[in-house]
Design a protein around this ligand. Structure first.
Ligand code: GLU
Length: 307
């Protein structure tokens, strides 16, 4: 190990949702992963996170791939370059795998079915807010009898599945970019959903199962995901798996508003396709994003003593 990076068999992934556009912030994550993989002679995996079917657009995957290729970012494994050991690479084709692990956790009693309705959830949150508490799931279906569950199912309710969090438990990791980060299980919003009532796993669950089964060694992504990481570590622990190294990269900020670049910031081109359309050379954009990324890499002493 050196600066948190074990050089051997590095496997990283870029995991876009096929929502149509390659945003400059995601391009930065893709580029980080790409440079990291190439630097360590590792493997770059492209995984398509397409379980949120409402957000998917036709040809969204193609558009991601075309924009990545235009930028000069390629990958070693993905839907179009499957390694039989790890395929398939689209989450929508992996639902049977996720269900198997949800069933395992249900059987072990670490996860449980929750029949709370949307209205009840809303009321729960309203009451908590009125009491000055942060909204959280209160665990009302944890440990409920089989009869109660049967009754709820017979009334036509479809359960979601939640992971039970132990109380006063610390979820901590040494982040390559951020240093030591820790969360207390009591401040994570309560037991959280791993499988929605339509049977589709949540992002946090699918990503853990995939990163583990795909032997991902380093998760490099935007720091908007930091609050997801303790939940993901809870899932790793529940499944008895070791979590990969995490590196949460600062997002691109608008220097004027000093806030995360938002779609409302009309003075900044935000999608790779816009740069392409306006005639920018792909090398210039690659260099521009690499420069932004590079400043952070230097700050993180990422590649120090690496060679
Ligand atoms: N599909 C997620 C996103 O687009 C990936 C997050 C991750 O890298 O874990 O934000």
């Amino acid at each position: 190990m050196d600066n948190g990076v074990n050089h051997k068999n590095v496997r990283v992934r870029y995991a876009p949702s096929p929502t149509g556009f390659l945003h400059i912030g995601n391009a930065q994550s893709a580029l980080f992963n790409y440079l990291f993989a190439r630097h360590f002679n590792g493997t770059m995996v492209l995984r398509i996170e397409d379980t949120d079917t409402k957000r998917n657009v036709p040809h969204g995957e193609e558009s991601q791939k075309d924009n990545l290729k235009w930028l000069g970012i390629d990958w070693d494994e993905g839907p179009d370059k499957p390694n039989p050991k790890y395929a398939p690479y689209r989450q929508s084709e992996r639902t049977a795998i996720y269900s198997k692990y949800v069933e395992k956790l249900l059987k072990e009693g670490i996860a449980y079915k929750d029949y709370t309705t949307e209205d009840e959830l809303k009321e729960m949150r309203d009451v908590q807010r009125a009491n000055g508490e942060a909204p959280h799931y209160d665990g009302r279906w944890y440990g409920r009898s089989i009869e109660d569950q049967k009754k709820a199912a017979a009334s036509g309710l479809k359960p979601s599945v939640r992971l039970h969090l132990p109380s006063h438990h610390t979820y901590a990791w040494d982040d390559i970019a951020k240093g030591h980060v820790s969360f207390d299980s009591d401040n994570m919003g309560g037991d959280f959903i791993i499988q929605k009532s339509n049977g589709i796993p949540t992002y946090n669950f699918a990503v853990v199962v995939d990163d583990h089964l795909m032997d991902i060694t380093h998760v490099l992504r935007g720091d908007d995901h930091i609050a997801n990481t303790p939940k993901q570590i809870a899932i790793y622990e529940a499944l008895g798996w070791t979590h990969p190294n995490f590196c949460h990269i600062s997002l691109i900020y608008n220097p004027k508003t000093r806030k995360k670049l938002s779609k409302r910031d009309k003075d900044t081109l935000q999608f790779i396709s816009e740069y392409k359309r306006q005639g920018y050379l792909s090398d210039a954009i690659f260099n521009f994003i690499a420069f932004l990324a590079g400043l952070r890499l230097v700050k993180m002493k990422f590649f120090r003593k690496m060679n």
